[in-house]
Design a protein around this ligand. Structure first.
Ligand code: ATR
Length: 273
């Protein structure tokens, strides 16, 4: 029998998840049906339970439901626990299990696809919202030399650094505090790019970096990536690889089979111009 999966969000029209999971299923010979569901803003849990009752086996969860999905779960894996948010649910009987693959997807993309090892590197992460929170534990697990989280609202960065302190060397600060600092890898996890804006980084922050990574996908050369390009950063990337890699992790969790990601990433990549 065909097993049912879905992505739930609102709005959901833009989602690439059915295409990605459809490609994975075809390539691995898995018999699944994967749909996009527009969740109702005030009845998210009803929508999830209705899908489960109709035979749903798992769901990806996207904005604005990642916190509600976390609250709905009966079991949470550590990554979801520390992120305080979930992007994937698995249903087994009465159990609703929650995980968060955004951070591991990003880490896999940086290391396996782009070829930059996090171990021993100096990392700067810009922003302290949900996207960054989900990435920190998988980053720290790779033993970077240092992870600095810088945010417009400095207190949020400092709180995050305090919360993750037991997992590695982390610091939180405001943008002004970055003056004179140098990093190997700089990741923009703010939503500024979605509005065509640029976090006010000191001019020299990107100089000497080897990789600049924009979590947003499909926005071309964003103000952040343009700044990196002008600073001479040799490798620029957007979040397409992260999107496909987190989907592959969810697919593995649900189906016990790891799909190959390369072909799907290549097909979805939009040139950074
Ligand atoms: P998400 O879940 O996508 O991370 P979020 O939790 O709303 O979204 O977080 C958005 C992040 O982008 C925050 O770090 C926010 O900074 P503040 O905490 O100071 O609000 C950051 N951000 C959004 N617009 C920005 C801008 N124009 N310049 C700098 N930072 C911005």
């Amino acid at each position: 029998m065909t097993d049912k999966y879905a992505v739930i969000g609102n709005p959901i029209g833009h989602t690439k998840s059915p295409m990605i999971h459809g490609s994975f299923a075809e390539a691995t010979g898995q018999d699944i049906d994967y749909q996009a569901i527009e969740g109702s803003l005030d009845r998210f849990s009803d929508d999830v339970h209705a899908f489960r009752k109709a035979g749903g086996r798992g769901m990806n969860v996207t904005a604005p439901f990642k916190l509600q999905a976390y609250a709905l779960a009966t079991e949470r894996l550590e990554r979801a626990e520390l992120a305080g948010a979930t992007n994937a649910l698995k249903f087994e009987g009465d159990r609703i299990m929650a995980d968060n693959f955004d951070g591991v997807g990003l880490t896999n993309d940086i290391q396996r696809n782009l070829g930059f090892l996090l171990k021993g590197s100096r990392m700067l992460v810009i922003g302290a919202g949900g996207a960054v929170r989900g990435a920190l534990l998988p980053f720290l697990a790779q033993q970077p030399k240092l992870v600095v989280v810088a945010n417009r609202t400095e207190t949020k960065a400092i709180d995050l650094a305090r919360q993750f302190a037991g997992h590695g060397d982390m610091q939180g600060c405001g943008y002004d505090d970055l003056a004179g600092e140098r990093f190997d890898i700089v990741i923009n996890g703010t939503s500024a790019s979605l509005k065509g804006e640029l976090p006010p980084l000191p001019a020299e922050t990107l100089q000497g970096a080897r990789l600049a990574y924009e979590l947003a996908y499909g926005k071309g050369l964003t103000p952040f990536l343009r700044l990196a390009q002008n600073a001479g950063v040799p490798k620029l990337a957007d979040g397409v690889g992260m999107l496909v890699e987190q989907a592959a992790e969810a697919f593995l969790w649900w189906r016990g089979v790891r799909p190959d990601t390369r072909a799907v990433i290549d097909r979805m990549t939009i040139p950074l111009v």
